[in-house]
Ligand binder design. Structure first.
Ligand code: PEP
Ligand code: MG
Length: 322
């Protein structure tokens, strides 16, 4: 199998009937960008920025953030780098931020909610990202969006930062795109509305599964419910992709499901444009994508969507695997 994978090095990612999709990588540090290149990733679909806030005892400065983003952007030499803004809270704690303990941290004060309440901290990050955008192809991605107001507020802050940088004579990409992670049930239900505001979507199945199934993603006792193959989650994914396709904006997936060989035919059928995976899974994902035509994927997806239990769905997908 390793030998077969070698054939996919340096190739475009194509379905069996020749449709090209993008195969990007998820990374957590600028150094990981090198890994993405070594593994033949075509871009970065999710650059988790939390590391910058976790690996020191204080908030990172604008310059520190700029340098880190620029390092990743330069490593990718022109290939897309999607930087996700600070996604703290929930399972991602940052000690010096002194966030109060909450009864329901996953439903609380976190991610874009925290950033919009602390615009000084958020603007420092947005300025760092904007400055890095002068060195390649950078996109901004907003985590945990639940309503249109949030993406509008972020876009307004991005505009504010752009004005400041212009006045200071500092370069940035003036047409930088701002996209939404779709990882909450609310965002999925209003995907058509969000698609009018966002330049792109990226589906975060790790959280989308948690918030759709009402299952804490880290709780072993209810882990049996935590599956992206639950009919509720699959319907949600299908609707999100359809909304993006209809609005004419690109839609990717950066949750773990994007690399799952059983999920890939469904994503081909639904019309996903970009798959973002752990670097080590790039070639496997490219190989699996190459085995499925739209027609075969559609036939399988239709059967899958008619099934009402996760068990039957997974069994059918396993039996149909190529
Ligand atoms: C997700 O929720 O699917 C995701 C990609 O983000 P994270 O795992 O960092 O929450
Ligand atoms: Mg998430």
């Amino acid at each position: 199998a390793q030998a077969e994978l070698k054939n996919f090095v340096g190739k475009a990612t194509l379905t069996a009937d020749g449709k090209e999709v993008e195969l990007f990588c998820n990374i957590g540090t600028p150094k990981d960008a090198k890994k993405a290149i070594e593994c033949d990733g075509e871009g970065i679909g999710l650059f988790r920025s939390e590391f910058l806030f976790m690996d020191k005892p204080h908030l990172p400065t604008e310059d520190e953030q700029f340098e880190a983003y620029k390092e990743a952007v330069e490593t990718m030499s022109g290939k897309t780098v999607i930087i996700r803004t600070l996604d703290i809270g929930g399972d991602k704690e940052i000690p010096y931020m002194n966030l109060e303990k909450e009864e329901n941290p996953f439903l609380g004060y976190r991610a874009v909610r925290y950033c919009l309440a602390n615009t000084d901290i958020y603007k420092t990050q947005l300025r760092g990202i904007l400055r890095a955008s002068a060195f390649g192809t950078v996109k901004i991605m907003v985590p945990l969006v639940t309503c249109v107001d949030e993406i509008r507020a972020v876009k307004a802050l991005v505009e504010e930062c752009k004005m400041e940088l212009t006045n200071e004579g500092i370069s940035f990409d003036p047409s930088i795109q701002v996209g939404c992670m779709i990882e909450t049930a609310a965002a999925s239900l209003i995907a058509d509305m969000l698609a009018k505001e966002a330049d792109f979507f990226s589906i975060g199945t790790n959280d989308l599964t948690q918030y759709t199934m009402s299952v804490d993603r880290g709780n072993a006792k209810v882990a049996y419910l935590y599956s992206a193959f639950q009919p509720a989650v699959l319907r949600s994914i299908k609707n999100i992709i359809a909304a993006a396709n209809e609005a004419g904006i690109p839609v990717g997936m950066c949750g773990e499901a994007a690399a799952d060989p059983l999920m890939i035919p469904l994503l081909i059928s639904f019309g996903l444009d970009e798959y973002s995976v752990n670097p080590v899974l790039v070639l496997t994902a490219r190989a699996i994508i190459s085995k499925w035509s739209k027609a075969d994927a559609d036939a399988l997806a239709e059967k899958v969507l008619s099934l009402s239990t996760e068990k039957e769905i997974v069994e059918l997908l396993k039996a149909s695997a190529k």
